[in-house]
Write a protein of this length. Structure first.
Length: 261
């Protein structure tokens, strides 16, 4: 695969992950300032902003990298041959570093120290189960839409699912190892204590593994081409064609439909 294309995708994953962390953490800080002492309202504000912001950044970076912003999404995609394992491994540090940098930027935007290690302990059996369920559901939304030919509505569906999962899970649906790491560096509403992070990450990996099994059960015909277009169709990143993309199918004169404009 063309290295220039890979580096462009890595840049998109880094920037998108940074925006994701800034949205999650920044909106959490703002919620605490705007609605002090009202935890339910703070959570609603955090969830609403995260859902809307996630929708926007998926549209922003999706055409370049697919807008994974999440190592579980990338590795599940590799399991279905949507991207290579090499590229999934390359995405991982870009996503983690992006989320970490985004957390620091969020702290600075609210006149706080760039790094403040979170003391918000979250590791309980209920939180573990919540993260398994949250991650499983997220992956199913993404791949079900890709398999059924509705990938173009995925940005809104992902935002809606994450917004809802803030409330139907006790963990507030991290569902992402990269954002879990990033949120350790902000001792604010959205933070997570480092001692709790491994529990969340383990649960997310379990959720991703379960998602692979469920996808194979429900959608046994998942093809590499469908997996390559998860979240946002981005044909230039499919393996096999020039610059890492699948070559377009030429229009045939015998086709009954007019050529695409």
């Amino acid at each position: 695969m063309d290295e220039a294309v890979l580096w462009r995708r890595l840049a998109a994953e880094f920037l998108g992950s940074a925006f994701l962390a800034a949205i999650v953490i920044g909106s959490g800080i703002a919620a605490q300032v705007l609605s002090p002492g009202n935890v339910g309202l703070e959570l609603f504000e955090n969830a609403a902003v995260t859902a809307a912001g996630l929708y926007a950044i998926i549209l922003m970076f999706g055409p370049v990298s697919g807008a994974h912003f999440n190592p579980v999404v990338s590795f599940v995609d590799a399991a279905f041959d949507g991207i290579s394992w090499r590229d999934a491994l390359a995405y991982l540090p870009a996503q983690v570093l992006g989320c970490t940098g985004g957390a620091m930027v969020a702290n600075l935007m609210f006149s706080r120290a760039a790094v403040s290690i979170s003391t918000h302990h979250r590791a309980t059996p209920a939180h573990f189960l919540s993260e398994v369920v949250a991650t499983l559901g997220l992956i199913l939304v993404i791949f079900a839409l890709a398999r059924s030919g509705r990938a173009r509505i995925t940005p809104g569906a992902v935002g809606a699912y994450i917004g809802a999962a803030y409330f139907f899970t006790s963990s507030t649906s991290f569902a992402n190892p990269a954002i879990t790491v990033g949120r350790m560096f902000s001792d604010t509403f959205a933070g997570i204590a480092p001692v709790s992070a491994p529990v969340f990450i383990a649960a997310q990996v379990v959720g991703g593994g379960l998602a692979v099994a469920v996808i194979k059960l429900l959608y046994p015909g998942m093809t590499p081409a469908e997996a390559a277009d998860i979240i946002v169709p981005h044909h230039l990143t499919r393996p096999g064609g020039p610059d890492g993309g699948v070559p377009p199918v030429p229009f045939q004169a015998s086709d009954s439909s007019p050529p695409p404009r």
